[in-house]
Design a protein around this ligand. Structure first.
Ligand code: IPE
Ligand code: IPE
Ligand code: MG
Length: 244
């Protein structure tokens, strides 16, 4: 049972970002391989999705693989590539039944991503495109800087084509070239594992996000901890540079 008593359901963050960190340490603390931690992280993600549905979060972005994660040992990278693909095939119907629409953010033109993985992402997005209970974005081969560079290149091409004047370059024009342009700004970023950094996550969209650092490893996270993070978020005063 998810206890929603501490949350004001009228002031729920529209978009929550999840930096799902600490899988390896969770596994090592139990004498397991790091990859067992990634496997355990799946249940935490799906429980957290249930929490987002219960509290009424409309957008949830989960960081599943960063542009920097290619620097990990080859067997771990290979595991993560297969795991992401396998997870989509095993669980997309369940997400679809819950009214979840799936989006994918990241550098999808990277030749290191297996073709089958790209196909599974495309078909999960297609399957769920009519849903709008919760928008779930999986940030895969995602890096905030790379995303902004891609958006800038798209903008430059539009200017070069004469479609847009140089004086029409503004925040809206740039953000229309981001991975998932309809994504609203992030209100709350949650990171597990005790690390307190963004690690290149949603740099543009999280410009004014509240940050919540959960004192547990990702496999220990879940619905109730998300609800607790939302309650903490609601205790903050967001000033956006203004005064009260
Ligand atoms: C996060 O857990 C999952 C991914 C980056 C894919 P880690 O694998 O970073 O676990 P730690 O931080 O090493 O414990
Ligand atoms: C961030 O975690 C990336 C994901 C959760 C996918 P990392 O473990 O890669 O981040 P750093 O290396 O601690 O900054
Ligand atoms: Mg980590």
């Amino acid at each position: 049972m998810i206890d929603l008593d501490a949350v004001d359901l009228d002031r729920v963050p529209a978009h929550v970002g999840l930096i799902m960190d600490g899988n390896g340490r969770w596994a090592n603390a139990r004498g397991l391989e790091r990859t067992a931690g990634h496997a355990a992280g799946e249940a935490a993600l799906f429980d957290t999705i249930d929490g987002a549905l219960a509290v009424g979060v409309r957008w949830l972005t989960a960081y599943t693989f960063s542009t920097e994660n290619w620097s990990r040992p080859a067997d771990e990278v290979e595991f993560l590539m297969f795991f992401n693909e396998d997870l989509l095939t095993r669980r997309r119907d369940e997400l679809n039944a819950k009214g979840v629409r799936m989006h994918f953010a990241g550098q999808m033109d990277d030749p290191r991503i297996p073709a089958r993985n790209l196909e599974h992402m495309a078909s999960a997005a297609e399957l769920t495109k009519g849903n709008d209970t919760l928008h779930l974005v999986l940030a895969f081969n995602y890096g905030g800087r790379a995303e902004i560079v891609t958006a800038a290149a798209r903008l430059a091409a539009r200017v070069a084509d004469g479609e847009l004047g140089p004086d029409e370059v503004d925040e809206a024009a740039l953000s229309s070239g981001l991975s998932v342009p309809e994504m609203p700004d992030v209100d709350l970023v949650v990171r597990t594992s005790g690390e307190q950094r963004l690690s290149n996550f949603l740099l543009w969209q999280a410009a004014y996000a509240e940050l919540f650092f959960a004192d547990c490893y990702w496999p220990e996270f879940g619905a109730q901890r998300l609800v607790d993070a939302v309650a903490d978020y609601q205790s903050r005063r967001r000033r956006f540079g203004s005064v009260e």
